[in-house]
Design a protein around this ligand. Structure first.
Ligand code: SF4
Length: 173
């Protein structure tokens, strides 16, 4: 896990790896569809879980939003918040539930500022997590679009107001 944390502190490298992997999966989509999404899921979800657990402490939610959350897994938040932080962040940036742990969302924010490709996606409002996708491959769910399905009545992914540059944010484009 130490190596994972070290790697997470190079979020630009990780977002490039994500970009390349997404490109690869999309190129392979026609072949994957022919073989069967379910079958490929059974083959890849174990190595996917292993690799993402080692680096990100992944909980295999099946709807990976790492690249939108500063390459920091939101499921490590004890409240499983997909939009954070909550109001309980301590003045030292630590979690109110696990005081010895830094808030996942403080780390997500800090890292997203060093992500020129996907950093601004931290401002996207994420839909509630779909627990039925747990333990399935997020890559396959991305290809099938299952990871984007939202509950009836959900207004869609909208942006929250931008953080001004002078406050260390991205500012208006
Ligand atoms: S967002 Fe979900 S799939 Fe991605 S690392 Fe976290 S638990 Fe794993």
């Amino acid at each position: 896990m130490k190596t994972g944390r070290w790697l997470q502190n190079y979020p630009h490298f990780l977002e490039r790896v994500y970009q390349l992997t997404e490109w690869l999966f999309k190129r392979l989509d026609p072949a994957i569809r022919r073989i069967g999404y379910g079958r490929i899921d059974r083959w890849i979800h174990v190595p996917e879980a292993w690799a993402k657990r080692a680096v990100f402490g992944c909980k295999m939610c099946g709807q990976c939003i790492l690249h939108s959350t500063g390459m920091t897994c939101p499921m490590n938040c004890p409240k499983n918040l997909r939009n954070g932080p909550c109001g309980g962040v301590r003045p030292n940036g630590h979690c109110e539930v696990i005081p010895e742990m830094r808030c996942v969302w403080v780390e997500a924010y800090e890292r997203s500022l060093r992500m020129p490709i996907y950093g601004q996606e931290l401002l996207e409002l994420q839909p509630p997590v779909n627990r039925r996708l747990e333990d399935s491959s997020a890559w396959i769910n991305l290809l099938t679009g299952m990871d984007k399905r939202v509950p009836a009545g959900w207004a869609g992914m909208s942006y929250i107001p931008l953080v001004p540059k002078e406050m260390g944010g991205w500012g208006d484009e």
